[in-house]
Design a protein around this ligand. Structure first.
Ligand code: ADE
Ligand code: ZN
Length: 363
């Protein structure tokens, strides 16, 4: 069935049955069952307080907090930097392969409940190799968890290696070399960390080398930084996706380029709220981006720290910005079409969305 036909059918169904009242509960249920991919999440940011405490005790790592409540109470952030300091402190509890395994398994288990069928996991080896943890320890634990999750629950996942932009470009090259033995398991390289004062232009050579080696690239830009950083990510680094990208709206010509080239943005609304990038969810640029034709996706970024997994982010946007089922379904479609998946897999997942829209959940 063609997309236009599905939307016409869906509109008819909405006006008669399941969505007659179009209540928020109905939309929440719709989001829960909607097949989706998550494209922007940091594994280290998925470490829930309970696992953080367990690993700290197991590994003899001293933390500033001694209970889950105390940890949660500390998750009050003024900006990206204040979050990153806690996130880096949390990384200290990860020491052994089994720790990386449990963190990755826990996230993949949790998002099955959100009907995430494919997830692209971000991992920053610099958080660990700078503390003398062997790259094998990190990669073997994460990859084993991805394989076991696929075998046991069916969830598919990919891996994105994120470089910390506050460190020199030569260190990024060292990471590229360090993960070379797992090159066939790495989908992309990304740029993350504190944004302001560390523009993408500092990593032109590195991301050229990544492209030359056959990797895709994703760049955090326009989260706290200006539209010019998004432009650099597009024009100088030739990014395949922009992580966040909110600030692009300040540069209409850049928005035109994003639309023309259909460069996806991986938006993270609850992250933006908690890091005070936006004053309220109502102020999130998602709707304005959709109206201008930008290809947007909804993601969780660091779900443990920001108090919400991917469906919480869909629901927050749906409620605050008044998204309807057609818009929600389009965002889920974008999540698969923007994924680093082969075309036949994308078609398979898009077919599952079509089936969901026309199936028993809607009729
Ligand atoms: N690393 C983890 N979360 C991040 C974020 N929101 N921005 C930049 N780097 C990050
Ligand atoms: Zn991020």
């Amino acid at each position: 069935m063609k997309r236009a036909e599905i939307f016409i059918l869906l509109a008819a169904v909405m006006s008669t049955t399941f969505y007659h009242e179009d209540s928020m509960n109905d939309l929440d249920t719709f989001i829960d069952g909607l097949p989706k991919a998550e494209l922007h999440m940091h594994l280290e940011g998925s470490l829930e307080p309970s696992l953080l405490l367990t690993l700290a005790r197991r590994n003899g790592v001293e933390l500033a907090w001694d209970s889950e409540d105390a940890i949660r109470a500390a998750y009050e952030f003024d900006n990206l930097q204040s979050f990153l300091e806690l996130y880096w402190a949390g990384c200290r509890v990860l020491r052994h392969e089994q720790d990386f395994y449990e963190m990755t398994r826990a996230y993949l288990e949790r998002v099955r409940q959100d009907n995430v069928l494919h997830a692209e996991l971000m991992l920053s080896p610099q958080n660990f190799i700078t503390r003398d943890i062997a790259i094998e320890t990190v990669m073997d634990g994460v990859l084993r968890a991805m394989d076991d999750a696929k075998a046991e629950t069916g969830i598919s996942s990919g891996l994105i290696i994120v470089i910390q932009r506050q460190r020199p470009e030569k260190d990024a090259f060292a990471v590229l070399g360090a993960v070379a033995p797992w090159a066939d398991r790495v989908d992309a390289f990304g740029l993350g960390g504190p944004e302001v004062q560390f523009p993408p232009s500092g990593f032109v050579d590195f991301f050229r080398a990544c492209h030359d080696a056959g990797f895709r690239t994703v760049i955090h830009a326009g989260e706290e930084g200006p539209a010019s950083y998004v432009r650099e990510a597009v024009e100088l680094l030739h990014a395949d996706r922009i992580d966040h990208g909110n600030a692009c709206l300040d540069d209409p010509d850049l928005v035109r380029i994003l639309v023309e080239r259909q460069i996806p943005l991986t938006l993270c609304p609850l992250s933006n709220l908690r890091l005070k990038v936006i004053p309220s969810t109502e102020a999130h640029p998602l709707r304005r981006l959709i109206e201008q034709g930008v290809k947007v996706t909804i993601n969780s970024d660091d779900p443990s720290y920001f108090g919400g997994y991917v469906n919480d982010n869909y629901k927050a946007c749906c409620h605050a910005l008044g998204l309807d089922v057609v818009e929600l379904a389009q965002i889920a479609r974008n999540s698969f079409s923007a994924a680093f998946l082969p075309e036949d897999s994308k078609s398979h997942y898009l077919g599952l969305i079509d089936a969901y829209l026309t199936g028993s959940n809607c009729a």
